[in-house]
Design a protein around this ligand. Structure first.
Ligand code: HEM
Length: 156
């Protein structure tokens, strides 16, 4: 008879299985996070949005490593509220496209194909849920496949 495994033991097994299947480990996550935010900071569209809000980058990078460890490896290392942090940001579909383009480019450079696909699938899903949430705060209910665009004057 198979034992019932729950809680931490089950999570550890899941993490081990994902690591085995994708090759992802904490060191790869750190390379991805550092590589990605180096691109973000140098980007003309995204850079200023982060620069104004993040004065000390090391704690943010540590937080992002914990986040990706939780998302990609199911380690439960991250305890935060990303939606609340993004709702007030002056961003729309264009910013999310830009974010994803840089993220996907970094994942391609740093990860083997299975790991790249694993990260990118999750990043796209989370980006789309953040965009949906931001649209909602502006009274816009996005339908399937619809994007959130602010008015043409660029007012945000
Ligand atoms: C338009 C694209 C995005 C922009 C401009 C953006 C910007 C930011 C900024 C400025 C912060 C710091 C907020 C603060 O500490 O007050 C932040 C935090 C964070 N972002 Fe984003 N972000 C974007 C998309 C994403 C996406 C797609 C993800 C996930 C896949 C993500 C995950 C996070 C997480 C986990 C935090 C940390 C929240 C916390 O402090 O717990 N972001 N982001």
């Amino acid at each position: 008879m198979e034992a019932i495994v729950a809680g931490p033991v089950r999570r550890e097994r899941l993490t081990a299985e994902i690591m085995e299947r994708t090759g992802i480990d904490e060191a790869m996550i750190e390379r991805l996070v550092r590589g990605f935010y180096a691109k973000v900071r140098a980007d003309v569209v995204l850079g200023p949005i982060f620069d104004i809000r993040i004065k000390d980058w090391e704690p943010h990078l540590a937080q992002m490593c914990a986040f990706w460890s939780s998302v990609a490896l199911m380690t439960g290392r991250y305890h935060g509220t990303p939606m609340a942090k993004h709702l007030p940001l002056p961003v729309d579909a264009g910013h999310f496209d830009c974010w994803l383009e840089l993220f996907e480019q970094t994942a391609r450079e740093i990860c083997p194909p299975e790991a790249e696909a694993h990260f990118v699938e999750r990043a796209r899903r989370i980006a789309s849920s953040l965009e949906l949430g931001i649209a909602g705060t502006h009274g816009v209910m996005l339908g399937n496949g619809e994007r959130f665009r602010r008015n043409q004057t660029g007012a945000v």
